[in-house]
Design a protein around this ligand. Structure first.
Ligand code: PHE
Length: 340
């Protein structure tokens, strides 16, 4: 009697295990049949009411039904698990043959890039690229450039003085002196480099910035040569033909001295916010080398003459890329640097 019921129950349970559509459904069947308070447990309790030999026989049947159900339950559970894994593998598919992104390459600082472009232009015209120390003598930075002893630039307000009467060069012009002394005439040189001025820092002033110096000394050198070389350089940097003009400008080491402007690149000269409505952009200081400067560096001004110029390289890079804050250059900010 109990045997029949047991067989029927086991058969139904097997069917339900096979038919379970999800792990949850399967678990529900397990609890109902094999759980602590499940159908088999109830049978097991009733065993006590049977005669001893009956009890042993039905007990064996009960155990084997239980084992069979447990096995098919495990098999079904395993099948669900395998299917879930297969689905995940299908969904999360990686292409291991794709090339890896690799390390992000660095890039040259915008000042370095423009500096190199200008060096190319001058190297192709027979100039040498020179460099000089950032800590200079007072003689090279001022005296040899005909800058009088009481000139305001020598004040601590404008110059960083260091021990032993040395200073941080306030311009690249001392490299003119070094070039003339070392190489002698005829001479074509440029000298890019870092310079320092004791200045309050804001969006357009830095205590540390870059200049590019240039000098040509030969038997016949005129303002026309100067203008020619300046146009070559500025057209290369701005990648178009530029028009230039000279205004008188005072620098003790040149005579005559000029400020050189280019026609505004934004408005073409008609006036805009960038050129402050005057149509021109100031570029650099220049002039014909003062005879005193040649003489002090051992060059006879009766025999030789020259031109010199000094350009604010940092400022030029700001114009070229429309950068409106000079502090960005030395910020080390990768969001800025990665744009170049
Ligand atoms: N040394 C000057 C400056 O720093 C620029 C300059 C260089 C002017 C050479 C004339 C000739 O402003």
């Amino acid at each position: 009697m109990m045997e029949k019921e047991l067989e029927a129950l086991a058969a139904r349970a097997l069917e339900r295990i096979e038919a379970a559509g999800s792990p949850e459904e399967l678990e529900a069947v397990r609890i109902e049949v094999l759980g602590r308070k499940g159908a088999l447990a109830r049978f097991s309790k009733q065993l006590g009411t049977l005669a001893p030999e009956e009890r042993a026989r039905v007990g064996r049947i009960l155990n084997s039904a239980k084992e069979q159900l447990e096995r098919s339950f495990e098999a079904r559970k395993e099948a669900f698990h395998r299917r879930a894994l297969e689905q995940r593998l299908e969904a999360e598919w990686f292409d291991l043959t794709l090339p890896a992104p690799g390390p992000r390459p660095g890039s040259l600082h915008p000042v370095t890039q423009v500096q190199r472009e200008i060096e190319e232009v001058f190297l192709s015209m027979g100039f040498t690229v020179l460099s000089g120390p950032e800590v200079e003598t007072e003689y090279n930075n001022f005296d040899a450039l005909n800058i009088p002893p009481d000139h305001p630039a020598r004040d601590v307000q404008d110059t960083f003085w260091v021990e032993g009467g040395h200073l941080l060069r306030t311009h690249t012009s001392p490299v003119q002196v070094r070039g003339m002394e070392r190489l002698g005439p005829p001479l074509r040189m440029i000298a890019p480099g870092r310079v320092f001025r004791n200045e309050e820092v804001d969006a357009s002033h830095e205590h540390t910035f870059y200049q590019l110096e240039g000098m040509m000394v030969d038997r016949e050198v005129s303002v026309a040569h100067l203008v020619y070389f300046m146009k070559q350089m500025l057209s290369a940097v701005f990648r178009r033909e530029v028009s230039v003009r000279l205004r008188p400008g005072y620098f003790p080491f040149v005579e005559p001295g000029f400020e050189l402007d280019i026609r505004c690149l934004i408005c073409g000269g008609s006036g805009c916010a960038v050129c402050k409505y005057n149509g021109w952009l100031e570029q650099l200081g220049c002039g014909l080398v003062h005879p005193n400067v040649l003489r002090m560096s051992g060059i006879d001004p009766e025999e030789w003459m020259g031109f010199a110029f000094g350009l604010g390289l940092t400022r030029l890079v700001m114009m070229r890329y429309a950068i409106d804050d000079v502090r960005l250059f030395q910020s080390g900010d990768l969001r800025f640097l990665m744009q170049f």
